[in-house]
Design a protein around this ligand. Structure first.
Ligand code: ASP
Length: 322
């Protein structure tokens, strides 16, 4: 029997102690602890890794502090478009939804796709229709609203608007190539969870509103199996950061692949992806990963990442800064 463990993240980015006020910090810590305890409970009661990560991400989606579900960031058009994925390492079953605008919990839709559909990835209206047919809760866009994200979007729009006015076609082309998504707070609040249950089975789940001021229809790494979310029988991985680079490096899958093919440890494999391969193409962010022996690693190449680990039978641990 493996000692079951769950790890979670609430996004990486420019999260510094200096910029954080004490109340806000307490709120984040309490929220992360609450989610970890819930995930730990699922595992302690003999639940599967898949159930634990689904429940953890559902709770993170419901928490307005994080960029997923309630509290999601806005697109360039001021709308919300959410992505989520879940993967079961024991079976390689996966489910994902992209660009959904009316689902309270995209991760539950991803889970329903995993369990009750012959397909892996549904987008937009089709994803919503599928989720509705499965009895999942629909919401109107105002459900996702938070004042903080609205202000963040307004700042992003203001700076992008100025840049657009100031630049000619060549500069526009250069901007289009710019690798960093426009996010004045340089924070990626995506959420995720990975777990190893008592049977040594692994699972991962990831959910996001994407990046602030993203183009309508843009899909990041989160719902792309192997990029922002992956689980097999060697590792389970959930990522956060500049999604385009995580797709291009197939980051989550690469963590597992280097263990399988090159014999790296979980920690060294994750380190190479986050500290070498992603930065080589301008990728910022981090990931959480667990292997079937219950080892956990939580690397990031930004100033901070909201993160935590809970082993069954042990106190939970939450960290924010580097
Ligand atoms: N990776 C997410 C995306 O690109 C953003 C994030 O991690 O916050 O959509």
């Amino acid at each position: 029997m493996t000692q079951a463990v769950i790890a979670i993240h609430g996004g990486a980015g420019t999260i510094t102690r200096a910029a954080m006020d004490a109340n806000r910090e307490r709120e984040y810590i309490a929220a992360l602890e609450h989610v970890l305890l819930a995930g730990q409970r699922v595992l302690a009661e003999g639940g599967s890794a898949l159930d634990a990560v689904t429940e953890a991400v559902r709770l993170l989606e419901d928490c307005p502090l994080f960029n997923a579900g309630k509290g999601a960031v806005l697109t360039h058009a001021g709308t919300y478009e959410l992505d989520a994925a879940v993967m079961d390492g024991a079976t390689l079953n996966a489910g994902a939804v992209a660009c959904v605008k009316r689902l309270r919990n995209p991760v539950l839709a991803a889970r329903a796709v995993l369990e009750r559909s012959e397909h892996v990835l549904f987008a937009a209206e089709g994803a919503e229709a599928f989720a509705e047919a499965q009895g999942l809760e629909l919401v109107t866009p105002d459900y996702y609203f938070t004042q903080a994200r609205q202000e963040q979007w307004e700042r992003a729009r203001a700076s992008a608007g100025m840049a657009l006015l100031d630049h000619d076609a060549a500069a526009l082309a250069a901007m289009a190539k710019k690798e960093e998504p426009i996010d004045p707070d340089r924070k990626f609040g995506t959420v995720g969870a990975v777990a190893c249950d008592a049977n040594g089975n692994l699972a991962a789940a990831t959910s996001t509103g994407g990046v602030t001021n993203k183009q309508v229809g843009r899909v990041g790494d989160t719902p792309v199996v192997g990029a922002g979310c992956y689980a097999d029988d060697v590792a389970a991985v959930s990522a956060t950061g500049t999604g385009e680079m995580f797709i291009r490096t197939v980051a989550a899958h690469d963590v597992a692949a280097q263990i399988r093919y090159a014999g790296l440890s979980l920690e060294e494999s994750a380190r190479r992806v986050v500290m070498e391969k992603l930065p080589a193409i301008g990728g910022r962010g981090g990931l959480i990963a667990v292997d079937r022996d219950g080892n956990v690693t939580l690397p990031f190449n930004t100033e901070g990442m909201y993160r935590g680990v809970a082993r069954v039978g042990e106190p939970v641990s939450v960290l924010i800064y580097g």
